[in-house]
Ligand binder design. Sequence first.
Ligand code: ZN
Length: 167
Amino acid sequence: MSARRFDIFVGKEYLKFNAAHFIAYPGFRERLHGHNYHVTVRIEGELGPDGYVLDFGMVKRATKRVCDSLDEFTILPAQSDCLDIREQGGSVEVVWRDDGSRFVLPRGDVVLLPIVHSSAEELSRWVAGRIREELIGDGARRWSRMEVSVSETHGQAATYTDAEPVG
Ligand code: ZN
């Protein structure tokens, strides 16, 4: 690692979302339940002429928008290998193929994410991708590496590392 590299860390109390989910894979399904998820972000890069890697404010705003997009929703994994998820009128129907268990939820209460399981691991990868898009959309300058952690509960988190440089 170059001696000129720094990283910045954002882990504010308000960078959180409350959401319902359940893990499902063939042969296993959790009951629907919720977590108070917290998100932390670490970004590594070189120091700019203003003395910043990236403006903390920009990172906090981008992360907050992504958290808000999940807050008080039920998270469903659109690419599940064991759930049939169908939109019908204003509802979403979810059927677990193993035993035909069926949920029907209002479409507006659900976020369908392009993931296979709504685990903290897969959520951290999706959240990292969204924060990346938000930062690029806000004109953030270059950085070399981003780590995003999603915790379901205190002291229990999954981290995704996006090592593709930006800029
Ligand atoms: Zn859970």
